[in-house]
Design a protein around this ligand. Sequence first.
Ligand code: ARG
Length: 572
Amino acid sequence: MDLEKLLADRLAPAFAAVAGGPVDPVVRRSQHADFQSDAALGLARRLGRPPRTIAAEVRDRAELADVCATVEVSGPGFLNLTVADRMLGDLVGALATDPRLGVPAVAGPETVVIDYSAPNVAKEMHVGHLRSTVIGDAAARTLAWLGHRVLRANHLGDWGTPFGMLIEHLVDLGEAEAAQELSMGDLDAFYTAARAKFDDDAAFRERSRLRVVALQGGDPVTVRLWRLLVAQSESYFLTVYDLLDVTLSAADFRGESSYHDQLAPTVEELDRLGLLRRSDGADCVFPPGSVGRDGEPLPLIVRKSDGGYGYPATDLAALRHRAGTLGATRLLYVVGLPQRRHFEMVFATAARAGWLAPPARAEHVGFGSILGSDGRMLCSRAGGAVKLVGLLTEAVERATALARERNPELGEAEAAEVGRAVGIGAIKYADLSGDRRKDYVLEWERMLALDGNTAPYLQYAYSRIRSIFRRAGVAARPGAGVALGEPSERALAFELVAFGAVVEEVAGSLEFHHLAAYLHRLAAAFSAFYERCPVLRAEGPVRESRLVLCEVTARVLRQGLYLLGIRTPDRM
Ligand code: ARG
């Protein structure tokens, strides 16, 4: 149970009695006690009474005897609350026997569709797709753990006019050769070669155009070649997901092509609803509120002047399907901030069409860019986009080398496993520990450092606790009483009991840096505790109690990092 909430629940009836109506007790952490309530100050004017008198009356009425050691009126009229050691110890004791660590499954599970990763067929995944994959996966893990029904939608870019030239290039290369190139992950070379021919060769351009027509018309040979391209790319993306250790699987591909049949009905419905307007030969929706820099309304183009449907129409059809057919009430789109306007217009249009009506809602979970150490967009030496696999491989190599150096006792296999967990963990944590809306700089040394707000720091804290138990050959007894005497024990306990509230907040805001910051605070509180309080050298109930503190800390670290998609090796 969240302590702030527990205290607020106990104070609320007392405040209500004094004020003659409901009052929010406004409980928060305090510098002078454990918590404080500031509500008396706000009431003073309304009641025409001095705040200290109000606070004193609330103190006398509130049933806090079992929760607080002391309740004091202080300053102009604050209530300072000091939690009883007994109460705090019992709360930690309850976590020790709770498989969910104080985070109950939600009472009303929702169907949540998470649109994430979404790379494009026959094109290399870039760092933007990395961010989407990492953030989306943390969202999927967190919401699923809370008991929601999570549907992962990998909105693969597998449709559209570029497929004419891609298929023609495949025909030129020969199927076997093309498959070979694509399965090796040489997606950019394939795409660039196709593009070059398209730009320079008029005959190729014409063939490509006819291919698009054939593809849209369902010509069996063309569709087979298209499937080949998609399948090769999918299997390559799956190797990246495997390396990245995310929960996305082959079953989660929901390419743009899968909405193909729904494009015409979707646009027809918009037309029936009177939402379409013709502009420069194209059919457009003008969502209210979307205006350009010049103040002119901005169009969402749902049918281009050549009659084709594009990216916006596909997103509308997908949204209609997710809310209408799948029954999702929460629709998440983990896509970079440059697409913010696009999603605003799609959501506004869907709302006007009645496809997105409360309780269903859509959220653009936007994020910034990854920058190189020069502070500019991350580029390869040749100036192109950085290849994602290259980045991940480098992270694992660096972390494996560090693991060998830091702990020569690790065997080869274990060093490789630790290197993977730490390298990939470092990449994910660097992404998730900052405000996602901001750009961030990729700095290897900082990301892989054992101190600071990094994955290795947290993983190390976890492995250190495991080694305490391993060395001594002991285990914590979950039912053992938790007795808190030292200030550093209390500080650690306060962090532990706050886990549930943090996870709940993050499930709403999808601001994973709050969870990261919490885990970092927890690990720091553990360090301070471990420095000041002997565990194995303590005796009797104190030793038992401290072992429980260690055990619960390890479990919260492990679960919190799991939600971020980060592994916790037992030894580092
Ligand atoms: N494939 C797109 C890209 O690479 C991202 C798709 C995002 N999802 C969506 N429903 N539009 O930019």
